[in-house]
Ligand binder design. Structure first.
Ligand code: ASP
Length: 444
């Protein structure tokens, strides 16, 4: 059995929803379908979710969302008309507009896009509409109650063979609507897949899957046919954002694979995200490369630092006190570097440097800004000789100065820090070096 989730671009208009229906109908195993709110129909359009946040803001600031809500009505009416459905949303619209005007919550307003979108697809497919409010549960603090939600869905499933479920939201014990963070329908889909014990969780979007590098930086990068949940975490953390990063948690512990598919190119097999023991054999050395700009390094030097008990703790205490989270902490014999996102340390730089200097009696504390991090990720890296050599000779050949190196103990990735002006050049150098190495052309 398959659980499918269709994103905003797939649900944007009557034409795309017809494609969705065709996909669902082409395999009777596709029994539970989770949907996003309609996305943009073209570049100048606004996503329904964004319109609904606007409605909420208008209700709060002007006392009424009547004007902005018209655009929501129009978008859905155009879809209903285009699909020739015998549906009348007048009552729903009036109730939603009234509720938003009564200043319920931004979450309530935003959730209505998914709610109406699911009703439309359910009508188109002849499936039951199952409101996520009944089965996706949070506590009053807004934390997902996974096991409670799974039990509720399993009970409902016994009587419902096929259903369309709105993504993105659920309810708190008080009945108040609560949404996930943006893009959260991916998480809803994962919960339903887990509850339904799906063989595969299909996540249908508008790209073929994860690419081995950012196509805005590398020309025509290859598609990743298969990667593990852990590799995905590493790549997503570094900016590869096809899927909501939290959506792997409900399915990972039970090993349900996620298959990223393209509604607009259903012949492509997409990307499979699997447990390590289900990986496909591959001649690949690395799985992918991802990176992010905008980091600062604090470099702390002190003679005999390595034998000083409590050194790192004192540094960490300063960061904790200043409410700064750090990303990496590579260390040398007499040096410790701390890599921090710019936004965490902006406005506090001098204060933090002074405090660290005092706390550990450092010989020298320096700040280097303008750093970008690049993660080269892959399970196969661990079992191969020369992976690091390929990476670093590629950077040396391209005349790129490596400012920081961090290889996680899992050997799943090597992270390098380079000056931001070298960022694009570095990613290209690494990508092409590994492509050549995989094709048997040694470059070092
Ligand atoms: N519609 C919501 C958003 O735009 C949630 C989703 O599509 O997953 O973020």
């Amino acid at each position: 059995m398959l659980v499918c989730k269709f994103g905003g671009t797939s649900m944007a208009n009557a034409e795309t929803i017809s494609k969705v229906a065709e996909i669902v109908n082409s395999d009777p195993d596709r029994r539970y379908v989770v949907v996003s709110a309609p996305g943009k129909r073209d570049a100048s359009d606004t996503k329904v979710t964004d319109l609904l946040y606007q409605c909420f803001n208008d209700a709060v600031s002007k006392g009424s969302c009547h004007e902005s809500f018209k655009l929501v009505r129009e978008h859905f009416d155009a879809i209903i008309k285009g699909l020739n459905l015998d549906l009348d949303f007048s009552e729903d619209y009036d109730e939603i507009e009234e509720n938003i005007n009564k200043s319920t919550t931004a979450d309530y307003a935003a959730s209505r896009g998914e709610y109406l979108s699911a009703k439309i697809l359910a009508a188109k497919l002849g499936y039951v509409f199952l409101d996520a409010a009944r089965v996706v549960k949070f506590n009053e603090e807004g934390e997902l109650q996974l096991h409670y939600s799974l039990d509720l869905f399993r009970n409902v499933m016994e009587n419902i063979e096929r259903a369309v479920i709105p993504g993105f939201y659920g309810t708190k014990p008080s009945g108040e609507i609560k949404t996930f963070t943006r893009g959260g329908s991916d998480i809803s889909g994962a919960i339903i897949a887990r509850a339904a014990k799906a063989d595969v969780y299909e996540n249908w979007t508008d790209v073929d899957g994860f690419l081995r590098a950012d196509p805005r930086i590398v020309q025509k990068p290859e598609l990743i046919d298969c990667l593990t949940y852990r590799e995905l975490r590493e790549l997503a953390y570094m900016g590869a954002n096809v899927l909501h990063p939290e959506s792997i948690f409900p399915v990972r512990s039970v090993g349900i694979p996620i298959n990223i598919r393209n509604t607009f190119n259903p012949d492509s097999k997409g990307t499979m995200i699997v447990a390590p023991n289900k990986r496909l054999d591959s001649k690949r050395i690395i799985t992918g490369i991802a990176g992010q700009k905008g980091f600062t390094v604090i470099l702390i030097e002190k003679a005999m630092m390595n034998s000083e008990v409590g050194f790192a703790r004192k540094v960490m205490s300063v960061l904790e006190y200043e409410n700064i989270s750090f990303e990496h902490m590579p260390s040398g014999i007499d040096t410790l570097s701390i890599v921090i996102r710019d936004e965490q340390i902006q406005n506090k730089m001098q204060k933090v440097v002074d405090k660290i200097r005092d706390a550990v009696n450092a010989d020298n504390v320096e700040i280097h800004s303008g750093l970008s991090l690049i993660a080269t990720v892959g399970h196969n890296m661990a079992s191969r000789h020369g992976t690091a050599a390929t990476l670093f000779s590629a950077l040396a050949k391209a005349n790129i100065n490596v400012r920081m190196i961090d290889q996680g103990s899992s050997e799943l990735n090597i992270i390098v820090g380079v000056d931001t002006y070298d960022y694009e050049k570095a990613i290209n150098a690494i990508y092409h070096a590994f492509m050549e190495a995989e094709n048997g052309i040694s470059i070092y």
